[in-house]
Design a protein around this ligand. Sequence first.
Ligand SMILES: [Zn+2]
Length: 270
Amino acid sequence: MERPFWTSLYLVDRVLIDCGAPGSVEELDHFFQGLSEEQFPVACYLTHAHEDHAGTGHFLTKKYGIPVYCPLESVSLLKEGWDYKEYRKMTWGKTGVIGFDAIPYETHFETPSGFLFDTLPMPGHSPDLHAFIEKKKGWAFLGDMMQPQYQMLFGHTCEIQEDIKIIVESLKKLYKFTDGIQDLQMFVSGRGVFFGRELIRTRIQEIHDLHQKIHEANAKLEPELKPARKMKRLLKVLFGGESLIGKMTGGELSRANMIISYLKWPLEGY
Ligand SMILES: [Zn+2]
């Protein structure tokens, strides 16, 4: 997909993991034309119901009759479909998500050759997000969880409301769940493949460090400052200001959202 956002879908043993954005229908169709009958997808599993992951579900079900499986809590949203703002249309396509019937998945699923995936709930980026983990192979498909480094969050006026405290809890759960997997490969949508579960610990530590830093910076501000000035000051001190993406998205994906999420999460407890 075009800058500044990317997404990914994967074809693993005739099973699609996520299905891309509405704007990628043609690209996906082109990809399908190059597949042999033995490679052709028999099912699609969605990590979560965001437009860049579920956006071609209507096309898959209508044109190819491929059943699409989704988190239980997303069935009705996917049936209705949804529209989204202009800055997302620039990257994910103009049509919005066209509604389709998806089938809820349970705690695991199996591919035609017998790869067994656990579906592990990992809320934080979205309440419905699930990671798909094949323990024997050491594969973990994480959707939008575990970004290379958390530098911005969705929030403000956006329907996507990320929560850093819940994200870190999910990362701890993932670390525990993958215990014993030697060479864990983690597939992060639009970001690439990351290796080794130690990396999960690094992410957790980074989040805790930033948590401390943001609370410390906040404590140093004059208490009489108005909230908007406080935020401006924190952005300046911590990051040199708001990011370009933060400005482009009208504050929906921003450093300010990240600061708000960290400040909402009290320091006590560790
Ligand atoms: Zn997402």
